[in-house]
Design a protein around this ligand. Structure first.
Ligand code: IMP
Ligand code: MG
Length: 178
């Protein structure tokens, strides 16, 4: 059963707030958004429309989950960036930070390519699941626990098309807007 956690209005407000923070940190600078496929495609599409800087986009796909709900703790790059990120202001755009293992690996990999700056923007932070020492620089929403779907985020490739964000119900979990 799906329970709505964040409406499209909550999401739009969070996206606008994230865009303002990014603009503030990078005044008059060019930015490269790295959209991590597939989960953050919708989020990135909304975010980029709210940023007034000169902004480029590139895509990367890593797999860390099969159709299960738990991170395997390692990543496999199935699609790499096309841009050379050396000297660029790079913002990794991720749907959810859970254990943080995926982002930790990606950050290390991208850092080795010598960007000017490397930041992390995540729509949802699941702090309770954290195993790696990593935090997002820009966070949209926080949830305590539970499995999230909708707004690009899937469970076994389902539910990406839902405009709002839902939790798959199996207990009590509260979402909060920031
Ligand atoms: P981590 O390595 O444990 O931080 O896992 C992060 C990745 O797992 C995210 O990019 C998501 O694709 C996926 N993920 C984590 N939690 C959820 C969830 O609640 N719903 C759907 N995907 C999730
Ligand atoms: Mg993902």
């Amino acid at each position: 059963m799906l329970k709505k956690l964040f409406s499209k209005d909550d999401i739009a407000e969070a996206v606008r707030r994230l865009a303002r923070s990014i603009e503030k940190d990078f005044p008059n600078e060019e930015i490269l958004l790295v959209c991590l496929l597939k989960g953050s495609f919708m989020f990135t599409a909304d975010l980029i429309r709210n940023i007034s800087n000169n902004v480029r986009i590139d895509f990367m796909r890593v797999s860390s989950y099969g159709n299960s709900m738990k991170s395997k703790g390692y990543i496999n790059i199935t699609k790499d960036l096309e841009e050379d990120i050396k000297g660029q202001n790079v913002i990794i755009v991720e749907d959810i930070i859970d254990s943080g293992l995926t982002l930790k690996s990606i950050r290390k990999l991208l850092q080795a390519r010598k960007p000017k700056k490397l930041k992390i923007c995540a729509l949802i932070d699941k702090k309770a699941g954290r195993e790696a020492k990593i935090e997002g620089d820009y966070i949209g929403m926080a949830v305590d626990d539970g499995f999230i779907v909708g707004y690009g985020i899937d469970y076994a490739e389902q539910y990406r098309n839902l405009p709002d964000i839902y939790i798959i119900e199996n207990g009590a979990s509260e979402g909060r807007t920031i």
